[in-house]
Design a protein. Structure first.
Length: 527
């Protein structure tokens, strides 16, 4: 059939979810996409791996007509088209290496309006015949990838790219987007001039948000930790507290209200009117704390949000970055604060395994979650790690994250880890973390006796650590992929392949030492 799989009324966010399977736009992606969908032009400077492709792919699919992508790298072109076809996107390419019949077929598909995206090498695009063809086709946009190739100042000048300056005159009504990962100011200026993008919006990232202080702490008592954090650092400030479930949103909002804060819940289960009103009050009034599920924040632009707190772990670094990024848009000091614990890790892993979606989808999600957990357990600068994930390099540790401010101590956990893994193995990989810790610490109770586990070799071999310390060990083992929580076994811990080297005694493991829990809860500020 010649039906477009995506109708013109579909939104960019829908395409993002349904076609690409991503939860949220990355930094700047959403703004760029909307600019183009609205018919504007754009110059985009984003690090490699930052996600430039979606910036033109999605508008090309949302707008009527075909998006023409100009790329100098034939091999990359073919890969991209193959990947898009896999997702069901109608994409094709034209380059000088293909057989005439094949090219002719693709041209006809274009003229029939049956393509979302057509990738084209610059020398091919500039052939007079090709330009005539484009004039009779319906086009949604021109995307000029590797746009620094147009600049003689840049490091990769290609004379073919110079010809692209005529696109603006010959196709004035078609939006243009130029993208590059490498452009100093001089190069950028030259790109803008040659491609007639001086009047266009320029989107430049660097993903660093230096005024946001990143902090991630092990969860001991989440409510107490949250109350302490707000009271000690952000009393009277506007902030957002993210929770995973609606129930937890309601309970947390109530808790904050009881403590005298102006806190409002926000989730999809509230009546539309209440939701709108709470959002409105957050925007208008000072010092409102919104407690929300991730549904909150899309399109909210409040400059003076002083803190974003996570009581549950986001699913990916994209989500973490986007949610924490709602803090401090005015550039003033702000805090991204999170607590997380073993149960969060287990819950997220279980939700993922139980979710719909094919193996490929789950593998990708698992990797994203591992990256998130990696950030939680890291002992070096969090900002460097976060930016590295987005392809952005920060030369030195930032000095404004918890691991920079108070470098976590580490300890040689090799022996403890071996004990922990052996105990999981000896108890048959059928028990949750609390049970395994009981066995390690030599507890004597009915459940252990019934299973005969007071008689196994790992019973009582772990008395040197407290239950809390063991929990920290297990959390890090799950977070780092040595153990996983069996989704069908109610959170029973299971060994993974990765354990082998440790069990064989070949690997040593440095573990993070969790900060001591405060001895007692202070009810008022000292002094
Ligand atoms: P660039 O062209 O800037 O080097 P890509 O467009 O190739 O980057 O994207 C880099 C990676 O990031 C790809 O694996 C892509 O699937 C992933 N990615 C891009 N946007 C998102 C998003 N919004 N959410 C999750 N992953 C994304
Ligand atoms: Zn740092």
């Amino acid at each position: 059939s010649t039906e477009k799989p995506v109708t013109p009324t579909v939104s960019p966010e829908q395409v993002l979810h349904q076609v690409f399977g991503y939860e949220t736009f990355r930094p700047l992606q959403g703004d760029i996409v909307h600019e183009l969908v609205d018919g504007g032009n754009a110059l985009v400077l984003m690090p490699t791996g930052g996600g430039k492709s979606l910036c033109y792919q999605i508008p090309a699919m949302v707008r009527p007509g075909t998006g023409i992508v100009i790329s100098p790298l034939i091999a990359l072109m073919q890969d991209q088209v193959a990947a898009l076809n896999q997702l069901g996107v109608r994409a094709a390419f034209l380059n000088s290496s293909m057989a005439p019949e094949q090219a002719w077929q693709t041209e006809n598909t274009l003229l029939r309006g049956e393509l979302d995206l057509l990738y084209c090498a610059p020398e091919r695009l500039l052939q007079p015949r090709m330009l005539e063809l484009l004039e009779s086709a319906s086009l949604s946009l021109f995307a000029i990838d590797e746009a620094h190739c147009v600049s003689q100042w840049g490091h990769d000048f290609r004379s073919d790219y110079l010809g692209l300056s005529m696109l603006a005159e010959r196709f004035p009504a078609i939006p243009r987007i130029a993208l590059t990962a490498t452009a100093d100011e001089r190069t950028r200026k030259e790109i803008a001039e040659r491609l007639s993008l001086t009047q266009a919006r320029h989107f430049i990232s660097g993903f660093d948000r230096p005024n946001i202080q990143y902090r991630i702490a092990p969860k001991t008592n989440a409510n107490t930790q949250l109350l302490d954090f707000i009271r000690e650092e952000h009393a009277g400030d506007s902030g957002i507290v993210y929770c995973l479930s609606r129930n937890k949103v309601d309970a947390t909002a109530r808790l904050l209200q009881q403590k005298g804060y102006n806190a409002l819940p926000y989730h999809a289960g509230l009546a539309a009117g209440e939701r709108a009103e709470n959002q409105e009050r957050f925007l208008r009034e000072d010092g409102v704390i919104v407690v929300a599920t991730i549904a909150f924040g899309m399109g909210i632009d409040k400059p003076d949000v002083r803190f974003v707190a996570h009581l549950d772990l986001p699913k990916s670094l994209e989500a973490y970055y986007q949610e924490t990024g709602r803090a401090g848009r005015d550039g003033n000091p702000s805090t991204a604060w999170m607590v997380y614990g073993l149960q969060d890790v287990i819950k997220l892993r279980q939700m993922l395994e139980a979710s719909q979606g094919n193996d490929h989808f789950k593998r990708v999600e698992r990797q994203k979650m591992d990256a998130m957990l990696g950030l939680c357990e890291i002992t070096s600068c969090r900002r460097q790690a976060l930016l590295r994930y987005f392809g952005d390099v920060l030369e030195k540790p930032c000095g404004n994250c918890d691991t920079c401010l108070t470098p976590p101590e580490t300890w040689d956990g090799t022996e403890a880890v071996r004990k922990a893994l052996s105990c999981v193995y000896r108890t048959g990989q059928r028990f949750g973390v609390n049970y395994v810790i009981d066995v390690l610490r030599g507890a004597d109770n009915d459940r252990i006796r019934q299973a005969g586990h007071q008689a196994i070799s790992t019973w009582g071999i772990g008395t040197e650590l407290s239950a809390t310390q063991w929990k920290s060990v297990f959390r890090q083992l799950v977070a780092n992929g040595y153990l996983r929580a069996d989704p069908e076994g109610y959170g029973a811990l299971v060994l993974t392949e990765q354990c082998r080297s440790v069990l064989r005694g070949e690997a040593t493991l440095e573990l993070r030492k969790d900060p001591e829990r405060k001895a007692s809860r202070r009810t008022s500020r000292p002094g």
